[in-house]
Design a protein around this ligand. Sequence first.
Ligand code: SF4
Ligand code: SF4
Length: 92
Amino acid sequence: MAVQPRGKVTIETEECKGCGLCVESCPPKCLELTTELNVYGAHPVRYTGTGCTGCGICFYCCPEPGAITVYRIKAKAKALAPAQGGELAAAL
Ligand code: SF4
Ligand code: SF4
């Protein structure tokens, strides 16, 4: 069964100064610095596309307002299903 993504991030590459704080602080290590240069001559960060949990740590450690935006994906409600023994499992 595929794991549902819990978050994603977008980067404004021209606002990013390439300091790497978000890369170092991301728990699942799903951010990386690119080899391209932006208008400031910095290597902006990019999202690898998988693994973001929506924790927001990268947002809070970034010194550049507007460089990184975090989106949390709402979990779909789990359907109630009979558990073993005939009881109903609680929806979380
Ligand atoms: S929100 Fe959390 S998991 Fe997602 S990129 Fe930022 S630090 Fe990493
Ligand atoms: S997004 Fe912010 S914390 Fe991450 S490299 Fe760019 S300026 Fe630094």
